[in-house]
Design a protein. Structure first.
Length: 157
């Protein structure tokens, strides 16, 4: 076989892999909170709908990039019954961020700016998109629970 024929065949194979590998990926669909903490969702981008809530304290910590992340609960229901998951928001005044809270605060002080600039509160149903993870290995989801590092927030009403 000539070198040019071999190069042509290799180029065709590479092109075939590129075409097959570059197909459109399925858009993410919302996952019920009750089905979120499973190994298949570990270290994956996910979408979940719910109502954000915090009783009287919120845990916030600074990251290596000096961004402050604050953990709140996201519930299935407005009355904080049913399943919940911890969601971690960046604190700030921009899109997809939790506004800074007074100290002390009440749940009515919780405001989150959505991706399109709308401000939502604990009474509004929201859709969060972010990265689901757990402390430990993916098989530890059931034992340790999981949380979402929020990338994007939308109103779900």
């Amino acid at each position: 076989m000539h070198k040019s024929s071999l190069n042509t065949i290799l180029a065709a194979i590479v092109l075939l892999f590129l075409v097959l590998g570059c197909g459109k990926s399925e858009p993410l669909k919302p996952i019920p909170i009750s089905e979120l903490c499973v190994p298949e969702n570990s270290n994956q981008d996910v979408i979940v709908d719910g109502y954000v809530w915090a009783k009287n304290s919120i845990y916030c910590k600074k990251t290596a990039s000096f961004t402050k992340l604050c953990a709140l609960k996201l519930y299935d229901n407005r009355d904080q019954r049913g399943d919940s998951i911890t969601v971690r928001f960046r604190q700030g005044n921009g899109s997809n961020e939790l506004k800074k809270l007074p100290n002390p605060f009440t749940p009515s002080d919780i405001d989150i700016q959505t991706n399109d600039g709308k401000v939502v509160s604990v009474m509004n149903k929201i859709r969060v998109m972010g990265y689901a993870t757990t402390k430990g290995k993916s098989e530890d989801f059931k034992r340790f629970g999981c949380f979402i590092n929020v990338k994007k927030v939308e109103s779900a009403e």
